[in-house]
Design a binder for this molecule. Sequence first.
Ligand code: TRP
Length: 405
Amino acid sequence: MTEPNETANSTASTESTSTADEFTVTPYAVEGEIDYEKLLEQFGAEPLTDEQIARFPDHPLLRRRTFYAGRDVDDYLEAADSGAPHAIVTGRGPSGPMHLGHVLPLYLAKRFQRETEATVYIPLSDDEKFLAKDQSFDAIGEHTRDNLRDILAVGFDPERTRIVVDTADADVIYPIAVRLAKHLTPATIEAVYGDQDTVGLQFYPAVQAAHLLLPQLVDGRQPTLVPIAIDQDPHVRVCRDIAAKEALPVKKPGALLGRFLPSLEGPGKMSSSGDAPSIELTADSETVAETIRTHAYTGGRATIEDHRENGGDPTVDVPFQYLRYFFEPDDAELEHIAADYRSGTLLSGELKEIVIERITEFLADHQRRRAELGSLEAELEPYRLTERERQRALERAGVPTGLEM
Ligand code: TRP
């Protein structure tokens, strides 16, 4: 491979110490006011072109550039267009209950699956969260089971979807991760992630690299797209580097990189940060209403008279941004709402009520499907890797297990 070493390129990515607007973006630390364009330069990813966006299944998260950049996107689009095999990997770190922001990429993946028959792999990194968070294995296990119900409630096609849990599917994940770790040096880890507290977390990138290559190891070489918030891009870079170095029958995984959803507290705050309230997937309508009414940051004016006269600012208004990200798919309708808000016809409280209604409807559907699920074991079964698939993955990775068990 003659391509540049991506992790070496991006050494500067760990701590960006650029003048006034300092920010840090790694999988384990997101701080400061993020300059999304600058991040692309540092990470070496490409902004999505209009043409690429038009070729993806139509979705507001793409059309409005919440997902705004990528790696090797054309390769994926070509396979999707031509009906050739293609895969998506979208994972979850089960460190707590899932929020709205966590599930939106899953619904995006489901849309892709429906439109182009993409295979979807969903790894749960319970090992990573045990290492990164101050929680017992029991607690992480509880979150894993709870998160699995939410993932199952999304309604993926079991024929084309595989869900793996690192500790439960260690028979396949671990040997592959070990193989990938062989050429992953402490210097690379340090350069890409900064200091890690434990050797566990230093090893974990090999595990996530295994996730990203898994569809190809199970089903053969094919474009793989990883839709993630941009803080996860270092994992993709590390995996791409390893994939290029190792003689494995795989392509480098591509990426679809997203901005962070704003927390309810307002722009510049990440939804996963601190103790900003977030809307959990199990929230009932009253909780949603109460949370939005009391906590959502608005772009409205201090008084109704002022607002009627001077109008509000939808660009910083969190309820409006929620509509823009996901909950108002119709562009004309969204523009209508924005115009009314700017002109002062629409008040902040009224805008909040619109988004409360949309979120409540969305959650009611999700919760209905979740409630209809039977026992977790039975529901999960059709989504687990079969024995054949496990063996194929290990063989392709060149790590056949010594014992036939
Ligand atoms: N590391 C991710 C997180 O902390 C979870 C994750 C594990 C993941 N494997 C993945 C995300 C593969 C995308 C693709 O949230």
